[in-house]
Design a protein around this ligand. Structure first.
Ligand code: HEM
Length: 397
């Protein structure tokens, strides 16, 4: 099999292809990419690469040789990275972020109430996108009037970055678009810092600003800008996509939707099962730092290594009946948030926002049905697995 990982067919339904690779070619050297590139598909190999930072690094990735978001802080060698995580992990402490629960729930109900009941609505553009960008602006302390900008930037990154890893035709255009976004975001953040226009006592910006002011040699201005930029990109599209994926999975499995409506204790497990079954990250990237091997494949220093989280999460060696969506499965060892030192810093925040939204939906007795035969439009992006449109009719129970 010689699949086109950038084709609409693959974006629309990647699972049969991923299964074929897990069974037949678990470590695969790409022929179509302009840079040497290897993909790993099995759970054990994904885990091995992600947890072996000395051999498979975040530093040196495709476009990471120039200033980019994350380049000063988290996309560094393990020792710098660990110091940065120690500084910024406390931002996501449950006690620091619990206030968002009420705010997100109220916003969810407002958005749902504004929907025209009994008519077809697109829950991606009408609910998931505005909610995720609103929640991230609140968390960071950005003016929520800027949430459309935040969404636009996050989407530009998700839609373009993956093409750089494959570096095939048309990639320079993608690179230009990314450069433009990084520049815009940088200018926006510098302007905000200089004019002290960020808001919110509990906001992430306030926390990072305090770190910067109390210890400017450790949290330099560049680090300040960089961490705000990476946090403002990383949460918006991912949270929106997982809300869409969860609703999609429930709509495709109405029996499970019913179970959830009567037993809210299943909400946490349902979110975990979504991150496994329809995880929003298809694959992530590392660069080999030395000559080594994966399975039967020789790996050379400098090779790009794509780790397929979406595939690992369907690995039958780890998960029983992996292609079944089961909200009571209780499988927490999925890689929806990655694994190893780069495991998602915002996982707790993401879970909180998704749970607050779903609680608002379920407690207010909302139900939904797919609207028509073409209710679902898969997103066409190399790195993210989600839907660009999900049309439903909304009603009250
Ligand atoms: C459901 C939503 C989310 C999903 C599915 C998700 C997924 C992931 C995954 C798979 C990784 C690992 C990347 C790798 O190993 O290469 C990651 C890392 C990261 N995520 Fe998330 N993420 C989500 C939400 C968030 C939020 C809300 C934030 C911040 C506000 C965030 C910030 C980050 C950052 C900064 C990293 C890099 C961490 C490091 O290098 O130490 N993510 N995320």
């Amino acid at each position: 099999m010689k699949p086109d990982f950038l084709s609409p067919e693959f974006h629309n339904d990647p699972f049969p292809v991923l299964e074929w690779f897990r069974s037949n070619k678990p470590v695969y050297r790409h022929e179509e990419t302009a840079v040497p590139c290897v993909s790993v598909f099995k759970y054990a190999d994904v885990r091995y690469v992600c947890r072996n930072d000395n051999d498979f690094s975040f530093q040196g990735i495709a476009n990471h040789d120039k200033p980019l978001v994350g380049g000063e802080t988290l996309f560094r060698n393990p020792s710098v990275h660990t110091r940065m995580r120690e500084l910024f992990d406390p931002l996501f402490n449950r006690k620091r972020i619990h206030w968002l629960d009420k705010v997100v729930r109220e916003k969810s109900i407002e958005l749902l109430n504004n929907m025209e009941h009994g008519r077809s609505v697109n829950i991606v553009s009408d609910i998931a996108d505005p909610l995720a960008s609103f929640a991230m602006c609140k968390f960071l302390g950005l003016d929520h009037n800027d949430s459309k900008k935040a969404l636009h930037w996050a989407r530009e990154v998700v839609q373009n970055e993956g093409y750089l890893y494959f570096r095939n035709s048309g990639y320079s255009d993608r690179e230009e678009r990314l450069d433009r976004v990084f520049k815009e975001v940088r200018e926006y953040i510098i302007d905000m810092i200089d004019s002290a226009s960020h808001t919110g006592e509990n906001s992430a910006l306030q926390y990072i600003n305090n770190l910067h002011e109390s210890n400017p040699r450790v949290v330099t201005r560049e680090i300040f800008i960089d961490i705000v930029a990476i946090l403002s990109f990383a949460g918006v599209d991912t949270i929106s996509t997982v809300i869409g994926n969860l609703l999609r999975a429930l709509l495709e499995n109405p029996g499970q939707f019913q179970r959830l409506a009567v037993d809210k204790n299943l909400l946490g497990p349902a979110i975990e099962e979504t991150l496994r079954y329809y995880g929003c990250v298809k694959c992530m990237v590392r660069v080999a730092t030395r000559n080594t091997a994966l399975g039967h494949e020789e790996i050379n220093a400098g090779d790009t290594v794509l780790v397929w989280m979406l595939s690992a999460n369907r690995d039958g060696d780890i998960f029983e009946n992996p292609d079944r969506f089961d909200i009571s499965r209780g499988a927490t060892q999925h890689f929806g948030f990655g694994t190893g030192i780069h495991q998602c810093i915002g996982a707790m925040l993401a879970r909180l926002v998704i749970k607050s939204f779903m609680t608002g939906l379920l407690e207010n007795g909302y139900t939904m049905q797919p609207a028509g035969d073409d209710w679902l439009t898969p997103a066409q992006t190399p790195l993210a697995y989600g839907s660009s449109e999900i049309h439903v009719t909304l009603a009250h129970r």
